[in-house]
Design a protein around this ligand. Structure first.
Ligand SMILES: Nc1ncnc2c1ncn2[C@@H]1O[C@H](COP(=O)(O)OP(=O)(O)OP(=O)(O)O)[C@@H](O)[C@H]1O
Length: 321
C-alpha cells in the first residue's frame, strides 16, 4: 500500500528533514510512525499525502506513483491532519456533503455514504449540529468522517488523539480499529503517545534525524523486556514522553465526551484539506486546494477531504514554491 525508497526532503537553507526513508506498508495494516520532535514525521507524512514534493527518492502510495500521479494518490487516500480548518458554524452534514460532492459523488450516494460513516463513528443524529458545537471526541471522529467520506483505501492520521483525554483517546482507537475491519482500511499514523502506538499499531517505524532507526511490531521492538519508551530512549537518546504535546491551546470547552477539543496546528505546518484536485502546497504555508482533482486530505477538524477552499488549508499536490 505504501512503498518508498530513499524518500528525502531538504528544505531551503540546508535542512535535511527526511533523509532516505524506505517504508513498506501492506494493505490492511495499522502502522505507527514514531519519533521525537523534529524527527521528520510530519514532513514524511506530508510527502506521502502529496502536500510536499520530495527532493529525492521514489514512492508508490495506494498503488499510484507519488511523483508521476499525485492526483491518483489523492483520490485514493484520506488524510486527517492535526489542525482544524472547517467552519465551526457549518453543520456537520453540510460539510460532509460538500466534501463528498467535491470528490465527484452524486448527492444521493453521498448522503448514503455520509449516513453510513456517521453511524460507524457514533455520530448519527449530529448532522445538523455545527462542527464548533461538537465535543473534542466527537470532533475528532468528525475529522475521521472527513477523511473517509470518499471511501479511501489508505488513511493517514497525524497525531489523531493529541489533546484528548484517555477515555476519548481509547474510544478513538476502538473506532480506528473497527474501521480497519469494516472498511478494509490501511492506516498510517504519527503519534507521540507510546501507549497509542502499542495499542493500535501492528507495526512501528521509528524515525530520528530524518532516518528510520527501528522497525518492527511493538512486541518485537520491546523484545519482551522494557517498555516502548525504554526502547525509544535507547535508540534515540530521548524519552518520547518528554516530547509529548500538551493539550491544545485555546481548547477549553469540554464537551459531552468530557474531552476538550484540540485542534491545534503543528508548528507552522499547515494542515489542510487538500482536495481532489488541489494543487499547491507549501512548506508550512496554508494554501487552497482547488476542486477538480484529486481527493484527499482534510484537515479540518481533522478531516481528510477533498478540495474545499478553506481557512487554514494546506493544499495538496506535489508542487511548491
Ligand atoms: N518548511 C520548513 N522549512 C525548513 N525546515 C523545516 C520546514 N518544515 C520542517 N522543517 C524542519 O524539518 C525537521 C523535521 O520537521 P517535522 O515537522 O517533519 O518533524 P516532526 O517529527 O513532525 O516533529 P514534531 O513531532 O515536533 O511535529 C525539523 O528540523 C523542522 O524544523
Amino acid at each position: 500500500m505504501i512503498r518508498t525508497s530513499g524518500l528525502s526532503k531538504s528544505f531551503p537553507g540546508g535542512v535535511n528533514a527526511v533523509r532516505g526513508v524506505d517504508l513498506a506498508v501492506e494493505a490492511g495494516e495499522i502502522v505507527g510512525f514514531l519519533g521525537p520532535n523534529g524527527a521528520g514525521k510530519t514532513t514524511t507524512m506530508r510527502m506521502l499525502t502529496t502536500l510536499l514534493r520530495p527532493t529525492g527518492g521514489v514512492a508508490t502510495v495506494a498503488g499510484r506513483d507519488l511523483l508521476a500521479d499525485p492526483r491518483g494518490v489523492r483520490r485514493r487516500i484520506g488524510y486527517v491532519s492535526q489542525g482544524g480548518g472547517t467552519n465551526p458554524a457549518t453543520p456537520v452534514g453540510d460539510e460532509l456533503e460538500l466534501h463528498a460532492m467535491l470528490y465527484g459523488m452524486r448527492r444521493g450516494p453521498a448522503r448514503e455514504r455520509i449516513g453510513e460513516i456517521l453511524e460507524r463513528l457514533d455520530l448519527s443524529g449530529l448532522e445538523s449540529r455545527p462542527a464548533g458545537a461538537l465535543s473534542g471526541g466527537q470532533r475528532r471522529r468528525f475529522d475521521l468522517a472527513f477523511g473517509l467520506v470518499h471511501g479511501p483505501s489508505l488513511l493517514f492520521l497525524d497525531e489523531p488523539t493529541t489533546g484528548l483525554d484517555p477515555q476519548s483517546r481509547a474510544n478513538l482507537w476502538a473506532h480506528v480499529t473497527r474501521l480497519r475491519e469494516e472498511e478494509g482500511l490501511t492506516v498510517f499514523l504519527t503519534t507521540h503517545y507510546l501507549e497509542e502506538a502499542d495499542a493500535l499499531a501492528d507495526r512501528l517505524f521509528v524515525i530520528d534525524h530524518g532516518a528510520i532507526v527501528a522497525e518492527g511490531t511493538p512486541a518485537e521492538l520491546k523484545g519482551g523486556t522494557g517498555t516502548l519508551d525504554d526502547v525509544f530512549l535507547s535508540i534515540t537518546g530521548r524519552s518520547l514522553r518528554e516530547d509529548r504535546p500538551s493539550a491544545a491551546p485555546g481548547s477549553s470547552r469540554p464537551g459531552p465526551d468530557g474531552v476538550e477539543p484540540s485542534h491545534q496546528e503543528s508548528d507552522g505546518v499547515g494542515s489542510g484539506r487538500p482536495g481532489p484536485g488541489g494543487v499547491g502546497s507549501g512548506d508550512g504555508e496554508p494554501s487552497r486546494p482547488g476542486p477538480g482533482g484529486v481527493g484527499s486530505a482534510g484537515s479540518g477538524p481533522g478531516g481528510v477531504g477533498p478540495a474545499v477552499p478553506e481557512r487554514s488549508a494546506v493544499a495538496p499536490a506535489c508542487e511548491e514554491r
